[in-house]
Design a protein around this ligand. Sequence first.
Ligand code: TYD
Ligand code: MG
Length: 451
Amino acid sequence: MAKTKTAYFCQNCGTQHSKWMGQCGTCKEWNTIVEEVIAKEEKADWKLENAPKKANLPLKVKDIQVQNEIRYNAVSNELNNVLGGGIVPGSIILLGGEPGIGKSTLMLQVALSMKYKVLYVSGEESQTQIKLRAERVQNLNEDCLILTETNTQKIFKAIQIEQPEILVIDSIQTLHTDYVESSAGSISQIKETTTELIKFAKETNTPVLVIGHINKEGSIAGPKILEHMVDVVLQFEGDRNHSYRILRALKNRFGSTQELGIFEMRSGGLREVKNPSEILISKKDGDLSGTAIAATLEGMRPLMIEVQALVSTAVYGTPQRSATGYNLKRLNMILAVLEKRAGFRLGAKDVFLNITGGIAVDDPAIDLAVVVAVLSSNEDEPIPQNYSFAAEVGLAGEIRPVNRVEQRISEAEKLGFEKIFVSKFCKVSQKESNIEVIKISTIEDLVGLLF
Ligand code: TYD
Ligand code: MG
């Protein structure tokens, strides 16, 4: 009788344990330890005697046949771009994001606008609810089928009858399979149902779009391995109090992860935003102190973003510092640089910083605009509206170059800015343009020019 050997593995961090425990001792996650078969009686052997009779043979790379890849057009250009040119047949795409951000809306809109037979399976909303939402977002695809079901075996039954070309699942956490005991949303259910969906996708060459919930750290709820199993991981993000949403690829086996899509949530669903820069900059009548425009890059896309700062005398003993959409530690660093290298007394001041539009920026090129906004508010000296900034600020108060500076300059020029401040060390080719490129090397240079 062949005896199988089992061990207990944490599904979160992969640590092996000798017995079952409620909490993994390594990563401190609860309920993640699962028993798995690790070895059959016969020993694994790489020698030929035990090799299986049939196996794939390696091919020379030049001999591998490439079929012309067809991709399903996701209609939405923003989504097509993020996916690297459409949906690849047989691929499995996972879409994550905060609750209420618009994941179901996006998927339903995609399902309704595609010219294919789509099966939209929801475990979260009733058919009537989905119908009401479909009416809001319009462009009805007559061939879009809606199913409310959470059992994968029943879903596959429906698939056999209807033979859809594309499958949408809302959401993976609501699914359960008959072959696993635990409740829907548990690690083993998520892993097993995903495995079934992947098998289905690969065997029938049907693309599957799956919505996933995220946990409080912001990654997709369930085992980390889920992200490894799927072909594409998309993240839908934005501030729920603002209408802008950014769709980015965290992983893409069929394209770059540099592209990003920008949408606006309206009463009639999500709309693509073609010129985000124009919307992100607020229109003002006069010059106000404390604002500066940064030429940033989000992925491959240039984006002009407005930075607002408010510097005021601290009422309490310890001054407050707060930043929305910008790293607070980085703000503190910039304030320290201004204090030490440029002699501005900000130690006893409250500093509030805000990136407008509810967008979080981690492009270091925004640093210079942060410096300018803070100084402008501190000195109560408005910055002309047609000035823009793109540079990183170093600890010595030096202005450092940033990547793709020409792309930033041309975006600023396109939007009618007259001056852009960049680092002296940027390589900018001299060509005829309507924008004046001002090169600076330290914060003192900046102060000398603006304040
Ligand atoms: P939803 O897609 O249900 O979010 P998720 O699936 O990520 O949890 O979107 C929910 C929000 O979107 C909801 O609060 C209302 C808003 N919304 C609109 O503003 N306009 C619309 O046309 C739709 C359908 C939703
Ligand atoms: Mg939803």
